[in-house]
Design a protein around this ligand. Sequence first.
Ligand code: FAD
Length: 463
Amino acid sequence: MTAVDVAEAPAYDIAALRAALGDVPVIDEPPLVKQKSRDFYWYSPVLKPQLKHKFADLIAVPRDEADVVRVAAACARLRVPLTVRGAGTGNYGQAVPLSGGLVVDMIGLDRIKHAEPGLVRVEAGKRMIELDRETRRVGPGPGWEQRMHPSTKRTATIGGFVAGGSGGVGSVTYGGMCEPGNILGARLVTCEDTPRVIELSGTDVGKVNRTYSTTGIMTEVTMPMAPAWPWRDTLVAFDGVMPAMGFGQALATSDGIVKKLATVIAWPIPASFKHLDVPKGRDLAVCMIASPSMAAFRELVREHGGELLCDEDAVAAEEDPERVPLYEYTWNHTTLQLLKVDKGITYLQSLFPVGRNLEMAEHMVAHFGDEVLMHAEFIRFDGKPTNSALQIVRYTDEARLNEIIDYHEAHDVWIANPHVYTLEGGSRHKRVVQDQQLAFKAEVDPYGLLNPGKMSSYVPVRT
Ligand code: FAD
């Protein structure tokens, strides 16, 4: 799939759009328009040449839901493509407008609408770090925090996470975003001549989860919350990646130890972690552990032959702009840290088979050697521990990358391919776009204007 496969955009009139937007704030300075048309697709040497010339014509910055309705109506009536943007930290060009038109920057919709113990209803443009900051004050007790967040928590928005993310810090306990109960509700605006506001709850939230804004402009989401623990950032060193993996598995299944992160990163990846000073040749486990569980955690480290290198206040690190919380070395930050010093690498996104994750990890480490370095996140999947892995790949060319992907898939390691920008291209063996999402798109986006080209199997029902 290349950018030229995307259907030619219909002609549209940006001057007419500007007039129709009335007093909705817009950005038209070319450098800013370019900047707000990009995300982190450049991690992929395959996507980089495909997306680097794709820009919007104009950015709208709605202040509230009424502005969003006005924007959607103007785009529908004038047939202008519309792509929604949170903070633009997606990795596969999810927020890149393939057909130009309008990018809608949601960052102005940042109010908490309702908060109670265990639940929050919040506008979609709220940054996740700010959300936790405010819900930690929801009493009684130490307050509440998001069950999970991407490692981009200090930048990303909650709407962008629901529409573009998959899981992250917290998934070792709560599973992925798509597990039932991890998103409670969504409120969205349709892209029709007279836009409607729709509320989704229960299994219907699957209609907007990870659909890259192709199925509506979310203005609010309702999320379940977890107790806000006093988290400790810990680093544990091992001699060998498989001892570290064994430790990660033991931690993931130690239900009495309250945890939020269990990551394994093979040497020499940590050599690029400038501020951490990891001893040469040691493989790492990066873990976030609730303070009351630290004694049991230390015991587990000892049993597995690990060496505890660091035990620090995680919330203080997250709140200090001068410091780097340890989760910013995990999930796709691991790739970023290495890319800072080595532009010749890229990455995979894998799901290891439940029950055989350690066996297959050992196999892949032995099979690929230094060409594919292990970086594994322990998660729960359907209630059982396994690995979501973002292995580091020494990049040669696209053909070799595809061979590596095929080898993993032939061994039951499912790849969510981060080197394609369509929803459908993410997997060769699993249907990623569900029937309910396709059917819902016909209801909410009859002209096919919402992030065109991303849900490539959709055929507009009206012209
Ligand atoms: P954007 O990138 O702006 O948007 C993401 C998608 O959501 C786009 O398709 C956009 O059109 C759509 N969208 C945004 N807002 C709305 C809305 N209000 N209504 C409808 N659609 C909307 N992802 C993970 O899942 N877990 C990780 O741990 C993780 N780590 C990362 C680490 C790094 C260093 C980087 C660069 C990326 C990482 N990501 C991760 C990807 C990304 O950061 C997250 O998915 C993040 O939640 C995206 O939020 P955002 O606000 O930046 O969304």
